[in-house]
Design a protein around this ligand. Structure first.
Ligand code: ADP
Ligand code: MG
Length: 283
């Protein structure tokens, strides 16, 4: 399978390589190179900073505290999974982070910018520029072809038509769906539909990928393909937050957050990622 790593740059790796070349060419002493490399690699960018975030859903009969003062920090390059029983607030949290829903209180900084209380237009801009969302039920538009579905975020971001075509073709090749670009979503298997949804989420090269039970509607083979994609994206430097019910899927992430009744109960670091079996994408 083509690796998504292609074409993506990892600033730290480049800087480290350049410094090593300088060292090898004898211009800088070994201890000072080590010191510089250490400093570079220690620098982390905070992508998401959430403090005391709350969400109350109010209907005429009932008030639900879906999130109760949640605090969470996500650094660049993190791969975090969120688990917990149904109704514990996982989707609510992801929807607020993805700027699809608003919080009732607290603070949510996306790349240093406060999002709570921000106008819809600014939030929509921040969403388009920074976030790729993958849903359990794919959320493709049935009336649009695969090509048009993948192209949509580029249109929202005013990318010129000629550039759009190339970008859609490139990402479709990576995800092995280029032979399905003229099809409609209902003509595809679940696994293919999720690959289209992943292509749509990635087409703008988002800084953060949010996935709400991305394998929930897939059989294990197609689920493994999606997990392999996310693992590749993480290896290429992407920041990923994924809600899952599967311990196996969560084991691909670096850290698992356990939610219950709108709060974060615990966090645990995972052992190094498990390898998925080799999968055949030619279907
Ligand atoms: P999870 O994704 O962990 O299953 P959700 O975030 O979907 O949980 O839901 C958390 C709680 O908020 C649940 O009690 C759910 O019923 C409630 N809830 C979610 N969305 C709405 C809504 N639009 N209106 C009213 N209550 C909601
Ligand atoms: Mg949910």
């Amino acid at each position: 399978m083509n690796r998504i790593i292609d074409g993506k740059s990892n600033k730290n790796r480049y800087l480290t390589t350049i410094l090593l070349i300088i060292f090898v060419s004898g211009l800088v002493s070994f201890p000072s190179v080590l010191k510089i490399i250490k400093n570079i690699n220690l620098k982390t960018t905070i992508m998401i900073k959430i403090e005391k975030l709350s969400k109350v859903f109010r209907t005429e009969e009932i008030e639900t505290n879906a999130l109760s003062e949640i605090s969470l920090t996500v650094n660049q390059g993190d791969f975090i999974s969120i688990m917990g029983p149904s109704g514990s607030g996982k989707s609510t949290l992801l929807n607020i982070i993805g700027l699809l829903d608003s919080a009732s209180g607290g603070s949510y900084q996306l790349l240093g910018q406060e999002m709570i209380g921000t106008k819809e237009k600014a939030k929509s801009k921040a969403r388009k520029e920074n976030i790729g969302f993958i849903f359990q039920n794919f959320n493709l538009i049935d009336e649009l072809t695969v090509f048009d579905n993948i192209e949509l975020p580029l249109i929202y971001n005013n990318v010129p038509a000629s550039e759009r075509k190339k970008k859609v073709q490139d990402i479709a090749t990576i995800l092995n769906i280029s032979h399905r670009l003229k099809h409609f979503p209902q003509q595809l298997s679940g696994g293919q539909q999720q690959r289209v949804a992943v292509a749509r989420a990635l087409i703008n090269d988002p800084k953060i990928i949010l996935a709400d039970e991305p394998t929930g509607n897939l059989d294990s083979k197609n689920g493994n393909e999606v997990m392999e994609l996310l693992t590749d994206l993480h290896a290429s430097g992407s920041t990923i937050l994924m809600v899952t019910h599967s311990d196996y899927d969560a084991s691909f992430s670096q850290k698992t957050i356990l939610m219950k009744d709108g709060i974060i109960l615990s966090e645990k670091m995972n052992n190094k990622n498990v390898d998925v079996f080799a999968v055949n994408l030619n279907n």
